[in-house]
Design a protein around this ligand. Structure first.
Ligand code: CUA
Length: 316
């Protein structure tokens, strides 16, 4: 029992907040459970059948009592809702300056890559005191990225991107679990998160695995871009059959259908793999689909490359 802990360690900025909410929910539930159970026992004894007949006075409704037991639970329920919703919103919206990391789940491992190029499997190194944003997908079935010490759990879903962010507060090594049943070795789809002091992290990030140089994701993306000859149509000067890509990321794009869409990771992913889904206004639907030709990691690399193309600048 020496290692028994009621709670996982609190090692992220959001952890104390979710724990406080959970404690509040538990406290309210416990209070009313005990109150109701206690009253049941009390009334059983107090108004039990006694020799000499029934002496309990009749009650014919009480507006004050009805209002009380309506208003108090309403106030408590609303407090729970707004408290929970505010934490949910905080978890959903990553800070702008969050450090991006790509995550691909597959049966049965986690593949992670830092933008600077360092790759990891079933292990993720992060600095403390800095928000980290994971963009993730899956190559096969639904997995779920779960770090109890950070109070963070997010599904990785095939065919689309999901994101989650956290900021580690304490250096240390923490469990990483897959929290969605994904087949025979689901229980073995585990790993660890290593939260490091920023200086130590920079040293780690610059380091290399033996035999594998760190190629920044955007540079690897440029190689895919060339290999697939994307530049034949997506010419930087806008004379190609496809729209130029520099500066497109994060912009609002007008489509042929008249709709507009923000060019985020999800949109770029769809445009690469399902190229006929959303055609940019003024262009023909001539782009071939790259479904099955590119791995999820290649798609993430291409997106990193497109993100790196600044308007008015580069693009090759
Ligand atoms: Cu992957 Cu369970």
């Amino acid at each position: 029992m020496t290692n028994f802990r009621l709670w996982p360690e609190q090692a992220s900025t959001i952890a104390p907040q979710t724990d406080a909410l959970l404690l509040f929910l538990l406290g309210v539930s416990l209070f009313f459970s005990l109150l109701i159970a206690g009253l049941i026992v009390f009334f059983m004894v107090r108004y039990r059948r006694q020799p000499g007949g029934d002496h309990a006075p009749d009650v014919h409704g009480s507006l004050a009592l009805e209002a009380t037991w309506t208003v108090i639970p309403f106030v408590i329920a609303m407090a729970m809702f707004f408290w929970g919703a505010s934490i949910f919103a905080a978890i959903q919206h990553a800070p702008k300056d969050a450090m991006p990391i790509n995550v691909v789940g597959k049966q049965w491992m986690w593949k992670l890559q830092h933008l600077e190029g360092r790759r990891e499997i079933n292990e993720l190194h992060v600095p403390i005191g800095r928000p980290v944003k994971l963009t993730m997908t899956s190559e096969d079935v639904i997995h779920s990225f779960y770090v109890p010490a950070f109070r963070v759990k997010q599904d990785a879903v095939p065919g689309r991107y999901s994101t989650v962010w956290f900021e580690a507060t304490k250096a240390g090594t923490y469990h990483l679990f897959c929290a969605e049943y994904c087949g025979t070795l689901h229980s073995g789809m585990i790993g660890r998160i290593v939260a490091m002091e920023p200086a130590a992290f920079e040293v780690w990030l610059a380091g290399q695995e033996p035999g594998a140089a760190n190629v920044p994701v955007a540079v690897a993306g440029e190689a895919v871009f060339r290999a697939q000859a994307c530049g034949t149509c997506h010419r930087p000067d806008g004379t190609g059959q496809g729209p130029p890509l520099a500066g497109i990321f994060g912009k609002t794009v007008r489509l042929q259908s008249g709709e507009t869409v923000v060019a985020d990771e999800g949109y770029l992913r769809e445009s690469i793999l399902n190229s006929q889904a959303k055609i940019v206004a003024g262009y023909q639907p001539v782009m071939p689909t790259f479904q099955g030709l590119l791995s999820e990691e290649d798609v993430m690399r291409l997106i990193a490359y497109v993100k790196s193309l600044k308007a008015g600048g580069g693009g090759s």
